[in-house]
Design a protein around this ligand. Structure first.
Ligand code: S3P
Length: 175
């Protein structure tokens, strides 16, 4: 069975939805950020501070190349995974790619709950988010499907994903 891959900006719910979806489908859950942290032995914010963003992106690329060979898994990626075009191409080889989106205000609110994202560790978070969203929008549009999570609970997003996957023939009848 194909992987189900979640892409999307920070704060769109990839990790939360991915974990619950994997549980619902009884499939392994992989979070590429967690894998990078495990391989580097430090949190993402430290990787950025100590080694810089370019180093993080190289680690991200290696982890994505590895997990793209998995099957039957639910994979949540970091928001910047789309920046390197080969990442999405690889993830698509074995997977159906779903972009989660959200409004600027929803992202601002959700990412403000915890200060764990080095790229948003700045004075003008709203401006930074707006700029990055604009830069990346066309890249998230490369997904096979897109779901707006702004006004939905994780459970509602999962129901939409399940509906889509069934409709498109990615799931067997009784799942
Ligand atoms: C990033 C998103 C983060 C993490 C890193 C960089 C980005 O993941 O990979 O901080 O460039 O958008 P989440 O999208 O899970 O927050």
């Amino acid at each position: 069975m194909k992987n189900i891959v979640l892409i999307g900006f920070m704060g769109t719910g990839k990790t939360c939805v991915g974990r619950l979806l994997a549980y619902r489908l009884n499939r392994p859950f992989i979070d590429t950020d967690k894998k990078i942290e495990a391989e580097c032995g430090m949190p993402i914010s430290d990787i950025f501070t100590v080694f810089g963003e370019a180093y993080f992106r190289r680690q991200e690329k290696m982890v994505i190349s590895k997990v793209s060979r998995y099957t039957n898994s639910v994979i949540a990626t970091g928001g910047g995974a789309v920046l390197y075009p080969a990442n999405i191409a690889r993830l698509k080889q074995n997977g159906v790619v779903i972009a989660l989106t959200a409004s600027l205000d929803a992202i601002l609110e959700r990412t403000g709950r915890r200060n764990i994202r080095p790229l948003l560790n700045c004075e003008n978070r709203k401006g930074k988010i707006a700029g990055l969203l604009q830069e990346r929008e066309k890249l998230y549009n490369l997904a096979d499907f897109s779901i707006d999570t702004s006004d939905s609970t994780p459970q509602q997003v999962i129901d939409t994903i399940m509906f889509l996957l069934r409709q498109e023939g990615y799931l067997r009848g009784g799942t």
